[in-house]
Each structure stands twice: as C-alpha cells, then as structure tokens.
Write a protein that binds this ligand. Structure first.
Ligand code: NAP
Ligand code: 8YV
Length: 315
C-alpha cells in the first residue's frame, strides 16, 4: 500500500477472525499493541476511520490525536463509550450495529426474568450442592400473567415485549415520549412504571442522560415483591442503591447482565442468591456476534469505497 493510503485505527481486538477480516479491507494500526502505539505516533494524521466496539469505545483525547479522522465503525449498538459530542463537533460520522442483535438480547433479558423470578440459577446450585436429599427448595414467583415494565421501549425493548406477550404478561413502558406505534401502557413517570411492574426490564441507552435513573426511589416503588432486570448498561442503575435495596428486602431480586465497573462485580451483588449475574453476554451467540461483525465490516468497507456508512448513528 502507498505511504498516503488511508489507515484504519482499531482500538481493541474483537477476535482473531474479525481482526483478520478487517486487515483484509485496509492497513490497520492495532491500537492495543506496542507496535501499534509506535505506528500511531508516526502516522496518526493518516487515520481516516476508527474501528472500535461498545466495550472499547473512543474518547475525545484519542479523537484529538487524529486530525484526518472522518468516521467511526463500532461493533455493538450502544455508543455511550464513544464521545459523540467530540465527534459531532468535528463532523465525524459514527456507525453502530442496530437490529441484528435485538432477538438475542431480548432472549437473554427474558432468560434473566425467568432465572430471577423462578430462582432457576439458585435451584441449579441447590441440586449441585447435594441439598435436595436433605431439604426442600423454597417457592419462587410466578412469571406468566404478571406485569412487565420496560424502561426504553426501543428496538430491543419491543422484542422483550413480544417475548412477554407469549407469557400472557401485561406490558407497560417508560420512554421520554409515548410511542404511537404501540398499544402498551405508557407511563410518563419511571417511578410510576416501577410501582405498576412486577418486573422492570431496562433496555434504554447508557450515557449521561440515563445515568442512575433507576435510583433508590424507583427501586422503592418496585417494592419488596418486584424484580429488576438490566441488559442495558450498568450506569443506568444506581448500583449502591440497588445493593441497599436488595440488602433491605426493598426489592425481591435482580437479574443483571451489565455492571458499573465491568468486569468487576461487587461482592455485595455477586454473593447474593437473589441476584442472577451474567458477564455482559446478552448479544453473545455465534449467530448474532457473526452478524454484528459482518455489519461492522460492511460499514468500514462502505466508508473506504464511498466515504459513507451503512448504519450511521451520527453524521
Ligand atoms: P433504541 O432502539 O435506541 O431504544 C432505546 C429506547 O430507550 C428508546 O425507546 C428511547 O425512547 C428510550 N430512551 C432513550 N433515552 C431515554 C431516557 N433518557 N429515558 C427513558 N427512555 C429513554 O436502542 P436499542 O437498540 O434497543 O438498544 C438499547 C440499549 O441496549 C443500547 O443502547 C445498549 O446500551 C444496550 N445493549 C446491551 C447489550 C448487552 O449485551 N447487554 C446488547 C445490546 C444493546 P425515547 O427516545 O422516546 O426516550
Ligand atoms: C456488545 C453491547 O457486544 O451492542 C451493545 O451495545 O453492549 C453488546 O452487544 C459488547 O459490548 C461488545 O462490545
């Protein structure tokens, strides 16, 4: 490749297969290696596109080092780890991977609804520990026919609602504004949605606008028989308030795929039987991760060929 060919800066490895396919599209600087960092010191001005992920993000300081940056292609739908304010100010376009992960993320949300309310993970531990021969497992909570509240009835939230309708559940939701395309009950107030819900499922974006909106007051409204499921971002839930609510019996349990300081999970959550914790895997099936890889690479390819993006979220 010529010395003036555009470079791709990859912030973090996705997996060897993805990394190899990206490298087949153009010259890649591997930002996480010592060699990549040296190369970036020499050739930062030649970088035209950054390939990143919902996990690795892109901060304003890195963007500022790349005067020729025109686009960002991110693996994942959530863009809260990308400084969109800095990107907007520079006219840098950003793409993500919407829709291809909706079904699997909703499936996982529902797995957490069932696992927390029916105590599935706890029951598994009970059998494995050999306790069944000596004692009875406590009763759980019925799921079918209950009220499921959705914080963030967007692409993923709507699939969660579809899953819930198969369990004959009543559905309510809270967004910033009502969605005229759905018949579910709209709650202007998140607190009132929580008070109505038997289980509150969080599927809104992370970032400053939603930081800590599931707070002590919302958890108190959910109440001692209510469950919380979060497949959105750890930042949406005030984790200290959640721990306090669980410890006080102010809510019945929580199913959590996302945490404030991943991959670190506080012992106060990790060691509780009324918490089901998974390591941010809601989209992690071979099928969905493959589709997310394809869409990320399609965005890079389109940018290199035309300057445009397939699924822009900004620009
Ligand atoms: P989406 O289609 O944009 O839906 C987001 C919904 O949240 C919209 O209905 C939006 O409605 C609502 N919302 C936004 N800001 C809000 C606020 N301040 N208060 C209340 N509601 C608000 O997004 P999506 O594709 O469904 O993805 C949702 C999120 O799921 C992602 O951003 C990501 O963080 C998370 N996610 C997690 C995983 C995982 O592995 N655990 C995987 C994929 C996605 P209004 O605009 O009307 O408010
Ligand atoms: C990502 C996610 O797979 O899409 C998102 O927003 O959180 C997950 O699907 C994960 O964060 C990898 O970057």
């Amino acid at each position: 490749m010529s010395d003036s060919a555009p470079l791709i800066l990859q912030i973090g490895s996705i997996n060897p297969g993805f990394d190899a396919r990206l490298a087949a599209l153009g010259e890649v600087i591997e930002g996480w290696t010592a060699a990549g960092r040296d190369r970036l010191d020499r050739d930062a001005e030649r970088v035209r596109i950054v390939a990143t992920s919902a996990m690795h993000g892109l901060d304003a300081a890195t963007m500022a080092r790349l005067p020729g940056l025109r686009a960002v292609a991110s693996f994942g739908v959530g863009v809260d780890a990308i400084d969109l304010t800095a990107a907007r100010a520079r006219g840098i376009a950003v793409s993500n991977t919407p829709e291809v992960l909706d079904e699997c993320v909703a499936d996982h949300a529902f797995a957490l609804v069932l696992a927390t309310m029916r105590r599935t993970a706890e029951a598994d531990r009970f059998v494995r520990a050999g306790l069944w021969t000596a004692s009875r497992f406590p009763l759980a909570t019925r799921v079918s026919g209950k009220r499921l509240g959705i914080l963030g009835l967007g692409r993923i939230g709507k699939v969660v609602a579809r899953r819930a309708s198969g369990f004959d559940m009543a559905i309510g939701y809270h967004n910033r504004r009502a969605d005229p395309s759905v018949a579910h009950a709209y709650f202007v107030s998140l607190r009132e949605l929580a008070a109505w819900s038997d289980v509150l499922v969080v599927t809104c974006p992370g970032g400053e606008a939603t930081r800590g909106i599931v707070d002590a007051e919302v958890l108190a409204a959910l109440g001692p028989t209510g469950f919380l499921v979060n497949v959105a971002r750890g930042s949406v839930v005030d984790e200290a308030a959640l721990i306090a609510a669980l410890q006080a019996g102010a809510i019945a349990g929580a199913g959590l795929d996302v945490f404030v300081d991943e991959p670190r999970v506080p012992d106060a959550l990790r060691l509780r039987d009324d918490v089901v914790a998974t390591p941010h895997v809601a989209s992690a099936t071979r099928e969905t991760r493959g589709a997310m890889e394809d869409l990320t690479l399609a965005n890079v390819e389109r940018f290199l060929a035309t300057g445009g993006l397939v699924t822009p979220v900004l620009g």
